[in-house]
Design a protein around this ligand. Structure first.
Ligand SMILES: Cc1cc2nc3c(=O)[nH]c(=O)nc-3n(C[C@H](O)[C@H](O)[C@H](O)COP(=O)(O)OP(=O)(O)OC[C@H]3O[C@@H](n4cnc5c(N)ncnc54)[C@H](O)[C@@H]3O)c2cc1C
Length: 439
């Protein structure tokens, strides 16, 4: 086990959350993890790759990273299931699964997260028939806050399974995860510009005709950028990925625009229109696409840092909600440059999943990391809440137990499990105490 002490300051990806844990533990196997949890100074928090925007990983006690517990454990070509160590990066997992003839059914915008971190917050991609990464979890091994090890699935410890798939590490630490995969497959990407009015008149068709459909809307532009991914019969070459943190020409140009608008807010509407115009030809659905293996096709590079808020809204209310959000962003007087992102997620049955028993769309807004986000996010959050939205657990929101119990039908059941497995709240930092209403 690697152990570090006090002076190591931890920060999240956007740089807004900082932590000064007394100890940072990096166990190399489950036995060391158990030992570390039993002896740990509290609060105990486990971190993946720190890509959450909220202080869910912050602690003054013990921070545990599973960076040494990574890789494929086993796979089954009949059931198409794979067991992986919980600290495995999604980027590393793609080629490992591919080597077994498998692929994940869906992925998010980036692949820098660990699988346990992504599962723990309900991280998702887009696709009306496709669930979040948590929905692909068939079972997991959990090191509980008291240092016991339990296997959880629909058949074993079912309440822990239903509560624990999306739990923000509040019920303990997953050491291994079993995922439902599918045969390896290739996806073809297409996209381009579309007028806002054409978009809303064809949204239903676009979301149903494409395996993956999403759009990006710079609120000051009267066109949006649409993106589709559809399965194709191809055997593409693996994609060469830029090393983590390397900034390409597109990032450099976008970052420059962010810096200019920071000091010259009146430029933002012109830049937003320009960026939309430069986003490709008018979308027809017939333009030539680019085929890649699924794990290479899903992730984009996101190297200009930002903070983000995202809510899941009942799918049928999505179009009205996103129009209202865009109108608010145009008129609220806050300076911002990033687009709104709009995606689809199929319902699932994890108790604290934002998609619990509800076909959903997700709407997210972003603010450049050097600019304050509170006023912008507060205004948009009020709109999301009017639409009965549920916040993404890894993204900024201001809700506490009182509000959350009204929008999560299984809230009380989750809290009962949490109290039973962690009566002394060893896993809760101040942020999670607010979430779960623990004083
Ligand atoms: C640039 C960027 C792009 C993003 N794109 C998307 C996207 O497309 N879709 C989407 O839904 N979200 C997206 N997110 C949000 C991100 O996927 C989530 O915040 C995710 O949880 C981050 O994973 P992580 O490995 O960094 O986990 P962390 O942020 O480090 O941790 C997340 C949570 O998981 C818990 N956890 C970590 N490991 C374990 C474990 N072994 N056992 C139990 N709990 C554990 C932590 O305690 C914490 O509560 C994006 C974030 C960024 C910064």
């Amino acid at each position: 086990m690697t152990e570090k002490t006090q002076t190591d300051v931890w920060t999240n990806w956007s740089g807004w959350v900082k932590a000064n844990p007394t100890n940072i533990l990096e166990p190399s196997d489950e036995a060391a993890l158990v030992e570390g949890v039993r002896a740990a100074e509290t609060p105990i928090r486990v971190t993946g790759s720190g890509h959450s925007f909220t202080p869910i990983c912050e602690t003054s006690g013990t921070l545990i990273s599973l960076s040494n517990m990574s890789g494929l454990i086993s796979s089954d070509s009949t059931t198409k299931r794979a067991r992986v160590y919980a600290g495995t990066g999604i980027r590393e997992m793609g080629p490992l699964l591919h080597g077994q003839g498998l692929g994940l059914p869906n992925q998010g915008d980036i692949d820098r997260q660990t699988i346990a971190g992504a599962v723990g917050t309900g991280t998702h991609g887009t696709g009306t028939t496709l669930g979040s990464l948590s929905a692909a979890v068939m079972g997991f091994r959990l090191v509980t806050p008291s240092g016991d090890v339990v296997q959880c699935s629909r058949e074993e410890n079912a309440d822990l399974f239903h509560a624990g798939r999306v739990a923000m590490g509040s019920l303990g630490i997953m050491s291994e995860i079993e995922l439902q995969c599918r045969d390896a497959y290739a996806l073809e990407e297409r996209g381009g510009r579309m007028s806002v009015s054409d978009l809303f008149s064809s949204l239903d068709r676009l979301s149903k005709d494409n395996r993956h459909f999403e759009f990006f809307w710079f609120p000051f532009a009267d066109e949006v950028l649409v993106k589709t991914l559809n399965e194709v019969d191809a055997k593409p070459k693996p994609r060469r990925r830029a090393p983590d943190g390397s900034i390409g020409p597109a990032d450099i140009a976008f970052r420059r625009l962010c810096e200019i608008t920071r000091f010259a807010p009146f430029m933002r509407s012109r830049f937003q229109r320009q960026m939309t115009e430069q986003g490709g030809a008018r979308y027809s659905g017939d333009e030539p696409g680019r085929a890649r293996w699924s794990h290479d096709a899903f992730p984009s590079d996101r190297n200009v840092r930002f903070n983000e808020m995202e809510y899941a809204i009942a799918a049928e209310k999505g179009p009205d909600c996103v129009r209202e959000v865009a109108e608010h962003m145009r008129t609220c007087g806050v300076n911002f440059l990033f687009p709104i992102e709009y995606r689809y997620v199929a319902k699932d049955d994890a108790w604290l999943s934002p998609f619990y028993e509800r076909e959903s769309v997700t709407i997210s807004i972003h603010q450049y990391h050097k600019q304050a986000y509170k006023k912008l996010f507060d205004g948009v959050e009020a709109i999301f809440r009017n639409y009965g939205g549920r916040p993404h657990w890894g993204k900024i929101h201001t809700l506490g137990a009182e509000e959350l119990c009204e929008i999560y039908p299984k809230w009380d059941a989750f809290c009962d499990v949490r109290k039973r497995i962690d009566p002394d709240a060893r896993m809760l930092n101040p942020f999670l105490k607010r979430i779960f209403g623990v004083s």
